[in-house]
Design a protein around this ligand. Structure first.
Ligand SMILES: [Zn+2]
Ligand SMILES: [Zn+2]
Length: 631
């Protein structure tokens, strides 16, 4: 292909030239440019009056350009090393990129190392990256001649008459761009994994091979990221769940955890904590059917919008659906009697199991499952009560977040979307009520304009964990639609029938997912009140077996959960095992402790505390083991 030297570049006015005139240093650093507000290649011809700004490598857009360019670099390396491999798509993802390849043989970890080496070599060749615009038909001929049938298929789907092709050395790819000006601008990258992926994400299509990579502006940034990845592996809740004997999975029930006694203990302790809040905040717990006639799901809208994520069965020639959400069931509790404004608000809480079909490819430990429970509740109130109710929910959310030491929290208010039900006056009122409730709790928040549901605005709480990853926790949603669909009413003070507002809210969200987040945030070091085993007595020799049992029973009498390890093993071995299980306390007893009726405590880290009497440690632990106080 002929490299087009456009007239404008020849005249010396590319985006890069413009940048050099204003700030040479920034121009040298830049990986692309903003030209009149559009992200462009540095080689883009610009008019003399254009507004040109540098896109620096460590900016959000700069990183995207680097990551996408590194995807090209990887694809070039793959095709140089493995001729005959076809390329498909290679987008940017969080922290990196991937590229999907068509190749009969699987890529091995050794292949990834070879590809990385080849990428470094192409970086050192410092190939100029050029953009060529051409008619779509010409591009189709070009890629057909290269044997790239997937690129031809992609081109068929592009409506434009003209497309752009990027070239570095002999290697070409269909792409909108922009890209770095030369391969020498890249280098801080690492290929992380390879996985199967269906063409266009459809399992009826061919299985491709997806290679994932991460790329950064500097080696230091890459190093920091890789360290975080290593730490994330160490903290992976799937690994911790096994080490702490909390749950297991079996192919007999995909995506459905089997909770072991210790896991069920933590699970129930989380629910008990939330239940205690319900007493304080005036909620009534309800229990509603697990399986209901599809008529219910048709009326709620789930059949129309959520069917692909539901389980169904046919019994007695009736079609039933397993509940994916509690909301429709709660409308029946509300609607079971004629309601007066005097009864409102009614707050129904529900810890029921929910079932949602998730594709097997997206299942992931406890964070993506097919069965789970939420600390779910629905509040039915008058429109005038919305603000007060939301204020209370936010206050409650604060109590929960503080109880777990979650400090780094961002709050988002999502406002009316383009497609919505209800009048503008209703939305004005609803959004104002949410704002006022946030203000009443002195919470700073950001706005997600247009991100509300069609049936009402919402507030979301995002929590940043110890590894700086963001998780959505609490969510509060106003809903004006479901009361309409189920024809819910209350009799107002004026004796008129009016619609209540429904508030959906969950504080922890899914208990399963919350447990996963908590385990990764704490690296498995659960607080004492949530620890299934709070202390283990470790005997030094067989001689202390009886005394060890006495210590344990004295602590149990204080309500503590205690085990004894009286095995004939070295102390170091017993300590290491207790540490692996993340036990909060180890109480070592030897002959001297037995005589003096004392224990030598150690904490998870292995740090030794001063020797104390059994009474002393029992009262100290009993104190620490109290669940967080509810104000
Ligand atoms: Zn590209
Ligand atoms: Zn709901």
């Amino acid at each position: 292909m002929r490299v087009e030297a456009t007239a404008a570049v020849a005249a010396g006015s590319s985006a890069r030239d413009a940048l050099i005139r204003s700030d040479r240093k920034a121009a040298e650093k830049a990986v692309a440019a903003w030209v009149d507000g559009k992200l462009r290649d540095l080689s883009t011809p610009v008019s003399p009056d254009a507004m040109v700004e540098p896109v620096l490598p460590d900016s959000k857009d700069g990183l995207e350009v680097i990551r996408h360019s590194t995807a090209h670099l990887m694809a070039q390396a793959v095709q140089e090393l493995f001729p005959g491999t076809q390329v498909t798509i290679g987008p940017v993802i969080q922290d990196g990129f991937y590229y999907d390849f068509v190749r009969p043989e699987p890529f091995t970890p050794e292949d990834l190392a070879r590809i990385e080496k080849k990428m470094k070599e192409i970086v050192s060749r410092n190939l100029i990256v050029t953009r060529h615009e051409m008619p779509k038909t010409e591009a189709m001929k070009l890629f057909a001649a290269m044997g790239e049938s997937y690129k031809v298929e992609i081109l068929e789907g592009i409506p434009d008459d003209r497309v752009s092709v990027y070239q570095q050395g002999d290697w070409k790819d269909l792409c909108r761009g922009p890209h770095v000006p030369a391969t020498g601008k890249l280098g801080a990258f690492k290929l992380t994994s390879v996985a199967g992926a269906y063409w266009r994400g459809d399992e009826k299509n061919a299985m491709l091979q997806r290679i994932y990579g991460t790329a950064w502006a500097t080696e230091a940034d890459l190093k920091r990221h890789l360290e975080l990845l290593e730490e994330a592996k160490r903290r992976d809740h799937r690994k911790i769940g096994k080490e702490l004997d909390l749950w297991s999975f079996h192919p007999i029930a995909p995506g459905s955890p089997f909770f072991h006694p210790k896991g069920a203990f933590v699970y129930n302790a989380l629910i008990a904590f939330i239940r205690a809040l319900y007493e304080r905040y005036g909620y009534g717990e309800v229990i509603t059917p697990q399986v209901a006639d599809v008529e219910l799901w048709k009326r709620s809208g789930h059949y129309e919008n959520f069917r692909d994520h539901m389980f169904f069965c046919e019994i007695d020639e009736r079609e039933f659906g397993v509940k994916p959400m509690n909301c429709p069931g709660h409308t029946f509790v509300y609607g079971s009697a004629k309601r007066s404004y005097r009864e409102l608000p009614l707050r129904y809480a529900d810890f029921s199991k929910l079932h949602r079909y998730e594709k097997s490819g997206v299942l992931h430990g406890l964070t993506r499952v097919r069965t789970f429970s939420q600390d779910d509740a629905h509040i039915f109130c008058t429109p005038a009560q919305v603000q007060e109710e939301i204020t209370r929910v936010i206050e409650m959310a604060g109590v929960v977040h503080r109880a777990f030491g979650f400090e780094d929290i961002r709050v988002f208010l999502s406002t009316r979307p383009a497609q919505r039900m209800g009048s503008d006056a209703m939305w004005d009122h609803a959004e104002e009520a949410l704002r006022a409730a946030l203000a009443a709790n002195q919470l700073a928040f950001e706005i997600n304009p247009g991100d509300g549901a069609f049936y009402g605005p919402k507030i979301d709480f995002l929590f940043r964990d110890a590894l700086r990853r963001e998780w959505q926790l609490t969510t509060i949603q106003l809903d004006y639609a479901l009361p309409e669909r189920f024809d819910l009413t209350f009799v107002s003070a004026e004796g008129k029938e009016e619609r209540p507002v429904m508030i959906h809210r969950a504080l922890l969200g899914s208990i399963e997912r919350f447990l996963a987040i908590l385990l990764e945030h704490t690296a498995g070091a659960l607080p004492l009140w949530l620890s299934p085993v709070q202390a283990r007595v470790l005997t030094l020799t067989e001689r202390q077996e009886a005394y060890g049992a006495e210590v344990a029973s004295e602590l149990r009498a204080k309500g503590l959960r205690v085990e004894v390890d009286a095995r004939n093993e070295k102390l170091g071995y017993k300590v290491r095992q207790a540490q692996l299980e993340k036990l909060p306390y180890m109480l070592v007893v030897g002959d001297r402790e037995a005589t003096e009726r004392k224990v030598a405590p150690r904490v998870r880290s292995g740090e030794q505390l001063p020797v104390v009497s059994v009474e002393e440690i029992a009262s100290r632990l009993a104190d620490e083991a109290k669940p967080p106080a509810i104000p």
